[in-house]
Every structure is written in C-alpha cells, then in structure tokens.
Write a protein that binds this ligand. Structure first.
Ligand SMILES: Cc1cc2nc3c(=O)[nH]c(=O)nc-3n(C[C@H](O)[C@H](O)[C@H](O)COP(=O)(O)OP(=O)(O)OC[C@H]3O[C@@H](n4cnc5c(N)ncnc54)[C@H](O)[C@@H]3O)c2cc1C
Length: 535
C-alpha cells in the first residue's frame, strides 16, 4: 500500500499539515513524512521530565490572530479540540523607571496608554490605525492568503487606488524610518518597533515600513492555545486524519525520486521508496529541498545557485529561559494596578529606541547585547499547563547564532546567560527570587538542532532581505510554490508569506496544487489580481 499515494508532504509542521489536510479533503491519498517522533514542528509543548505536570512551549507560543486564519475555519479546528485564548492586556512594556506602555484588545485603551507618554503620538497612532484598517482588510490580508503576484503587476494594481498608493508609499520606508518620522517619544518608538517590527523583519530594511501601521490595524491579536501550542498541532493532525490523510513519524527522506524528468516519490534514509502519483511538496528550507534531496543531475546550475544563496535572518535567532514556578511572576508595576499581572506578552529592558542599533551591532559581532527580552506566564491564563497551584513562565531574547564566531560556544555560555536574564526579570518581578522550582535554557543552536529547517536558528526560515519576499520567496523561479521539476512543490515558511504560525504558506500551496491538478477548491478565495482590480 505504501506505493500508491497521490501526494507526499515533507515535514509535518503546521504548514505541511495544513497543505496535507486540504489535499486529503479534496480526495487525494496523502502522507506527511516527519523526521521527529511527534508532528507539529514549531508548535511544540513538552512536559518537564524532572517535574511532571509542568508544560513548556519550546518554540512558538504567541499565535497572532490564529482564529481569524481561513484554514482555522475551513478545517473546522474547533471541532478537533482546539481552544484559543486571547488575553485583553495583550502586550505590556515595562520601563526601568516603572512606567508601562500597554496594548489592549480594546484599541481605545491602547491609545490612552500611549497618551501617557505623548499626546501627539497617541493621535498619530489612532490616525495610522484608522488609515490602515481598510488597507489590511482589502489588500494585505488577502495578499498574504494568496499566491503572490509578480512585483510589476502588483505595483500597477496598487497604484490605481488611494489605499494602494498609501501602502506603496509607506512600504518604501524601513520600519525604523517610519517610526522615527511619525512618532516622537523614544519609548513609544521602541515599543512600536518591538511589537510590530523587531520580531518580524530587519528594522533597517526599506520595503517594510508598512509593517508598523499594518500590525496596529490588524484585527488578529496575540493568542495562545489551551493546553499548550502543541494542542493546535493535535487539532491539525485530527483534521488531517479525519479526511483520510496519514502521518509517518520518524521518517526522514534521503532523496527525491525523479523519473522521466518529474518527481515521483521519496527514498527514505532507511532505503524505502515511497511513491506519489501526483506530487511531493516540501515544507523544508531550500538548501534541504534542492541541495540535499535532489541529485545534482536534476538540478540546473541556476536553481542550485539560487538555493545555495538563500539567506537567513541575522536577527531572528531566539534564546529562551523557561521557568517552573511555585507562583506566577508578580510585577512591581502591578502594585497599584492588579490588571497588569494579567498581561500576556511582557517586554523588559527596552526603554529607548537606540537599543535596536546596539542589538544589531552585537548580532553582527557575535556578542551578547544588554538584555531586551519578552515572554509570558502561560498558566496565568491556562492552569492546565502546570500542576494545581503551580505555574510556568518563559522569556525570549534575540541573540546571535554564531556566538563569538561559533554556534558551538552556546553550549558553554547558555546557563550563565539564563542567569543574566533571570536577574533582569527579578528586578521587575521580585517574587521570582523565591518562586523558581526549576529552570532550563535553550539557545539558537538548540533550535536548529531540534528543527534543522530553522537553519542558523532562524525561526522565520529565511530572511526577508536578498529579494526573498512575495513572488520571489524563496528565490526567483520558485516563488509560486512550484519547484523547477514537474511534481515538486514548496509549502513551508521559506515561501510567501514567510515564517511564524500563520499557516498561509501551506494554505496558498494548497490553492496552487489543486488548481494544477484541475480539482475545484470551493474554499479558495478569488485570484488576488481580481480582488485588487476590484478595489
Ligand atoms: C524559540 C522560538 C519561538 C517562536 N515563537 C513564535 C511565536 O511566538 N509565534 C509564532 O507565530 N511563531 C514563533 N516561532 C516561529 C514558528 O515556530 C515557525 O515560524 C513555524 O513553526 C514555521 O512553521 P513551518 O510549518 O513552516 O515549519 P516547522 O514548524 O519548522 O515544521 C517543519 C517540520 O519539518 C520537520 N523536518 C525538518 N527537517 C526534516 C527532514 N529532513 N525530514 C523530515 N522532516 C523534517 C521538522 O521536524 C518540523 O516538524 C518561534 C520559533 C522559535 C524557534
């Protein structure tokens, strides 16, 4: 039976699972091959082996607007057991002098918080929010959930409307230029850049200024899965299996089988050949897909060079400090305002916009910058992630992959750096001095070890520089989810619109694959060119 699949998906992270689920629902016989013992990729929750009952989310935790994603609804994930929580105080920035900058799901409360730093900035925030709501609704969200257009065609369509022109004008700037041009207060600038930019793109890059107002205007706020991030993966698995799809764990491909010029299957490292009548779709990175899995005889020089040149984000690697706790962090800033202890994402160490320049310089030098970190205490919102009355919490920091020039240095530096982070955390939440039951750290090297597709620890699986955006992601010629050989498709974060738990690379790949097979997809949105032309 193993030789009569219609489609094979490489990697059972959320993008691979989403593509596989749509194909299975369309009646194809699908299998997803996953090298690990558990599916989900970055949607990973592990139980602390030393302290049973404490659950830690070792990769993705904040799921931005996941319930608003089209696949969340199409695949009926709520029926597969997922419950999503969206805390009202969505993001809280704590300054060294005890002030707070707050993002609420209620936008007017966010504006009030900004006004305490600068009335002018609060007005600017509201204006950009209002200007960008229609841009996000009519342009950016539909674009993210569609196979991308060639840049010249996109530009021509956008230039026809005032909304499109404002988007083009804003995106010509870098996030740093946008924020410095529009806002005056350095803490507001820092907060906006962090929340809207630092986690996504290199703030110096022109082409991304629109990220700041777009994220202000987005309806989808930070959310979490009840039971841990892996609960979302379990729901996706449930949807896939219900549609008749399969997952084979601990199955690593050695090479793609190419016959008669088309990709017809996969040979595993155990020597098994698994055949696919129609296609193999890879959610892995371009180096894995093209350089490691394809015989050079099937790899034209131009494709080889482009795959080899695929770049990773200098600023994306994360270092994590994870805590098992007797009680949740109690922040000094919450002394007179208890609602602050129910903040979801908490940011510390980021008082001034100039910290970004320092962070970039340290990343380039491979050294550790002064600590800027953010994280959460999941159990404040979901007690099921720890034994009764107990808690978990974590902080992340952007740190260079090549520490002192070599990622291997992380294995000796990791624990000491975790202590540095804990010191800063205790300054803001003094009760942590006595509340820690256990702790562990994970470095950018550990990230790559557990998910080798996150090369150089890049959790977005590919920079947004080097022309690796939209129609040209991962590289010119492969930006529409199709490889250079018939039967080869791409469906992971190295494709448009990129990394994070959006599921949209898998969703978009499903549109392309089913269209190529001539299978009608009732759920698919109208072509993006048509939608933009109608504006
Ligand atoms: C520390 C950390 C924190 C993060 N926090 C967030 C967050 O809060 N919010 C957010 O949105 N995103 C976050 N991310 C990013 C997010 O996890 C990724 O962008 C996302 O998981 C990418 O999804 P994917 O399906 O494309 O790839 P992945 O989730 O990486 O899935 C790829 C799958 O392929 C498998 N695989 C790899 N190589 C092979 C192979 N050779 N053969 C077979 N299978 C293979 C992997 O095991 C994995 O299961 C974080 C990542 C890290 C590391």
């Amino acid at each position: 039976m193993a030789d009569d699949y219609d489609a094979i998906v490489l990697g059972a992270g959320h993008n691979g699972l989403i593509l596989a689920a749509y194909l299975a629902r369309a009646g194809l016989r699908v299998v997803a091959l996953e090298r690990k013992a558990v599916a989900g990729g970055g949607l990973s929750t592990m139980e602390d082996p030393r302290h049973p009952g404490f659950l830690h989310n070792t990769h993705a935790f904040f799921q931005r607007g996941v319930t608003t994603m089209p696949w969340f609804l199409d695949l009926e994930l709520a029926r597969h057991g997922i419950e999503v929580i969206e805390p009202e105080l969505n993001v809280l920035l704590l300054t060294e002098d005890g002030r707070t900058l707050e993002w609420w799901t209620d936008f007017s409360r966010t504006v009030d918080s900004f006004a305490a730093f600068s009335k002018r900035d609060a007005g600017t925030l509201r204006r950009w929010h209002d200007d960008f709501v229609p841009i996000v609704t009519n342009i950016l969200r539909p674009e993210a959930a569609s196979p991308p257009l060639p840049p010249a065609e996109r530009r021509a369509l956008l230039q026809r409307t005032a909304e499109g022109r404002l988007l083009l004008e804003t995106s010509a700037l870098s996030p740093l230029e946008f924020v410095k041009r529009e806002f005056e207060n350095p803490t507001v600038q820092a907060g906006l850049l962090f929340f809207n930019g630092l986690r996504e793109v290199d703030l110096r890059l022109p082409g991304f200024g629109h990220h700041i107002p777009a994220l202000l205007a987005a309806s989808g706020k930070a959310q979490m899965s009840k039971g841990g991030s892996a609960a979302l993966a379990r729901a996706l698995e449930g949807a896939l299996r219900k549609a008749g799809g399969e997952i084979r764990l601990m199955t690593t491909p050695r090479r793609l089988v190419v016959e008669g010029g088309r990709v017809t299957g996969v040979e595993t490292v155990d020597g098994e050949i698994i055949r696919a009548r129609h296609l193999v779709a890879s959610s892995l990175n371009p180096q894995q897909t093209f350089l490691e899995l394809l015989d050079p005889a099937h790899l034209p020089a131009a494709v080889r060079e482009r795959a080899a040149a695929f770049q990773y984000n200098l600023l994306a690697p994360l270092f994590a400090l994870n805590l098992a706790l007797g009680e949740p962090p109690r922040y000094s800033a919450a002394a007179g305002r208890p609602e602050l202890d129910r903040a979801f994402m908490v940011i510390m160490g980021l008082d001034h916009v100039d910290r970004f320049g320092e962070i970039v310089r340290h990343h380039e030098a491979g050294t550790i910058p002064p600590t800027v970190m953010w994280g959460a205490s999941p159990t404040v919102f979901d007690p099921s992630q720890a034994p009764p009355g107990r808690h978990t919490a974590f902080m992340w920091e952007k740190l260079p992959y090549r520490l002192e020039g070599d990622p291997a240095n992380w294995d000796r530096a990791r624990e000491a750096h975790g202590r540095t982070m804990l010191q800063l955390w205790q300054k803001h939440a003094p009760n942590l001095a006595d509340a820690v039951v256990d702790s562990f750290t994970r470095s950018p090297l550990d990230v790559e070890r557990s998910l080798p597709n996150m090369r150089e620890g890049d959790l977005l699986i590919g920079a947004y520089a080097n022309d690796q955006v939209g129609y040209h992601r991962p590289f010119p010629g492969a930006g529409h989810y199709r490889g250079h050989l018939p039967g080869l498709y791409l469906c992971g974060s190295s494709s448009h619109p990129g990394g994070n738990i959006t599921g949209l690379p898998g969703y978009n790949a499903a549109q392309v694959v089913l269209a190529d097979l001539g299978i009608k997809a009732d759920w698919a949105p109208p072509p993006i060119a048509e939608r933009l032309a109608r504006l």
